[in-house]
Design a protein around this ligand. Structure first.
Ligand SMILES: [Fe+2]
Length: 187
């Protein structure tokens, strides 16, 4: 998206050009200002980066699947942003995710704080990896603990990849070998 500068009577205005491709034709638009210099953008041209704090999560009456948190998509991956929001508002809603097993992607989550509804024991900077096919979800007691909650302050970023993720030696050095036990009931 190249920028150009044009002069009006007394001010310099930086113009931006956006090219869209449809039916084999490229159409060029000229904007007086950069199109991302706005509060919100509801279109098919995506910014290169934006603050997670500016993401407006979708909420619903009943629990909805992770794609409602999707904030980016690229070739072979999606990124979901779990942000502070009102929780599911049906009186009988279970507001934490259901147990699931990804059938087509590996899943890695980076936690920006320690307030993730379905998981205790995480802190800012924690990372979890759930490879394709491994069942996971709320820890024992998390569903019961969430009943009646109306809001979450969780902040986390999830990367789902459609090609396998392979752990590096460095990652193995910080692995918590007890992680799998977090789904076992406390005795
Ligand atoms: Fe998952």
């Amino acid at each position: 998206m190249p920028r150009a500068t044009s002069c009006s009577s007394s001010t310099m205005v930086a113009a931006s050009f956006v090219q869209t491709k449809a039916r084999g034709r490229i159409i060029r638009y000229e904007y007086a200002y950069h199109p991302f210099d706005i509060v919100g953008w509801d279109g098919y041209v995506f910014p290169w980066a934006f603050s997670i704090h500016d993401f407006a999560p979708i909420t619903g009456k009943l629990h909805m699947p992770p794609p409602i948190h999707q904030s980016f998509q690229g070739a072979g991956f999606v990124i979901c942003s779990f942000c502070p929001r009102v929780l599911d508002y049906h009186p009988n809603a279970i507001v934490v995710p259901y147990n699931h097993s990804n059938v087509d992607s590996d899943e890695i989550i980076y936690y920006c704080n320690d307030k993730f509804g379905s998981r205790k024991g995480i802190e800012e900077g924690s990372i979890t990896v759930h490879p394709l096919g491994i069942p996971h979800g709320p820890q024992p007691g998390a569903v019961e603990a969430s009943l009646g909650a109306t809001r979450t302050e969780e902040l986390a970023v999830m990367l789902d990849t459609y090609a396998p993720l392979w752990l590096t030696k460095e990652a193995l050095q910080i692995e918590d070998p007890e992680y799998w036990k977090s789904w076992q009931p406390k005795k």
